[in-house]
Design a protein around this ligand. Structure first.
Ligand code: AMP
Length: 395
């Protein structure tokens, strides 16, 4: 696996695929700069080597050229974060980009306009990738968030840099963290899978059964498993057509020696609302008209013990409807358990959209070992797939 350390960037121009797809408010101010901050170590290392950087990214989902999705809006933010003046090319390919890239001196940075202003980017167009490839001597992929897409700048471009290509620090860290959990995690290994639906996590569950000793299943998925075993789940979210699958998973887990833990009690509400009436229910006896929206206290005590027994922990998906304060307690309690286990030496990886949002919202970001920057890319990695953006560098 080639990383930045395999290259000396002195007098070299690095063409870096970053993920600067940051949220902007109505005045084009960046509201969350995590992705830019995360790319900083890679950029600084190359500049310190005596190299220059051409940064390319997408922003949003433009249809053709749309000013609101221009990367010019974030140039100032990039300058603030990197502490270096940043030049801008108003098209990511063509004469202006090439001239500005060629003129870069060691220590300088050029940001290219939105890659997705060209539909060739998402189509994985080879000619477009070749035009991009002219802008640098060494290709660096540091965009985990798009590593599961075979786009021109994330995958196809790599073929134009036979040896001169590597992972940036961020992408390398993502790969190592996933490996630590999926391939060589210190035992006992635990996965906590929450979120809304069995159907969106099924491939992850199946793949992960071969890797873990314990599996906590929480969130909305709980009720498909409970109903499949004969429980009464009231109006809780439940996928009846996945009940057989749930039983099959439990059978497989038993055969593989994996212990599955499902909530035994829940916070049930009489409406999907923060102001609903609530009661604590046995998970198998939820009255009609009531729905389970969070894990209950007995379950959380059991989960706390399991988490603290484990040395490697993966967390994907909230334990309840954490967006509403009344049903956030389970997710917060689990975060506390994982933070505690981490402090006592466990390795913990949090990944996948909503659990990352929860971890940030409740301040656990720096209390776990690693928070992944990729939603879809993380899920596909947990499903056991080799991501095209990663394979292209390994080739
Ligand atoms: P996912 O994207 O699959 O990880 O699902 C995350 C979503 O699951 C969050 O928006 C939660 O509000 C939701 N969720 C978690 N627990 C429940 C539940 N018991 N009932 C309904 N939705 C839930």
């Amino acid at each position: 696996m080639k990383t930045l350390n395999d290259f000396n960037f002195q007098d070299k121009r690095a063409l870096i695929r970053v993920d600067f797809n940051v949220p902007l408010d109505d005045n084009f101010k960046v509201t969350d700069d995590t992705r830019i901050v995360s790319a900083k170590p890679t950029i600084i290392k190359i500049l310190e080597d005596g190299g220059s950087c051409v940064l390319m990214s997408h922003l949003g989902r433009p249809k053709g050229v749309q000013d609101e999705f221009s990367l010019k809006h974030i140039v100032n933010k990039i300058e603030d974060i990197l502490g270096v003046e940043v030049k801008f090319a108003s098209n990511c390919v063509g004469p202006e980009a090439e001239e500005k890239a060629n003129a870069l001196q060691p220590g300088e940075i050029l940001v290219l306009e939105n890659l997705r202003f060209h539909e060739e980017e998402k189509n994985g167009d080879k000619n477009f990738a070749e035009q991009l490839s002219k802008l640098g001597d060494i290709y660096v992929n540091d965009a985990f968030g798009t590593a599961h897409r075979a786009h021109a700048s994330t995958t196809i471009i790599a073929q134009f840099f036979s040896e001169a290509k590597c992972f940036g620090n961020l992408l390398a860290k993502e790969i190592e963290s996933i490996k630590k959990v999926m391939d060589n995690g210190e035992k006992p290994v635990l996965a906590v899978l929450g979120g809304a639906k069995v159907s969106s996590k099924i491939t992850v569950i199946e793949n992960i059964l071969d890797k873990v000793d314990h599996l906590i299943i929480g969130g909305g998925m709980t009720f498909t498993f409970v109903k499949a075993q004969g429980g009464k789940v009231g109006d809780s979210i439940c996928e009846d057509d996945k009940m057989e699958l749930a039983l099959e998973i439990m059978k497989q887990a038993e055969a593989k020696g994996v212990k599955i833990h499902i909530p035994i009690d829940v916070i049930a509400a009489d409406a999907f609302s923060n102001d609903a009436n609530i009661q604590i229910c046995d998970v198998k006896h939820i009255p009609d008209g009531w729905q389970g929206l969070d894990a209950g206290p007995k379950s959380l005590a059991i989960f706390d013990a399991v988490v603290n027994e484990c040395k490697t922990i993966l967390w994907n998906g909230p334990l309840g409807v954490f967006e509403m304060e009344s049903f956030a307690n389970g997710t917060i309690a689990l975060g506390n358990s994982i933070a505690n286990a981490t402090q006592n030496g466990a390795f913990s990886l949090v990944g996948g959209g909503d659990s990352v949002a929860a971890v940030k919202q409740f301040g656990f970001e720096h209390k776990v070992s690693y928070v992944s920057t990729g939603g879809g890319a993380m899920l596909e990695s947990l499903e056991g797939k080799t991501l095209p953006g990663i394979a292209a560098i390994l080739d």
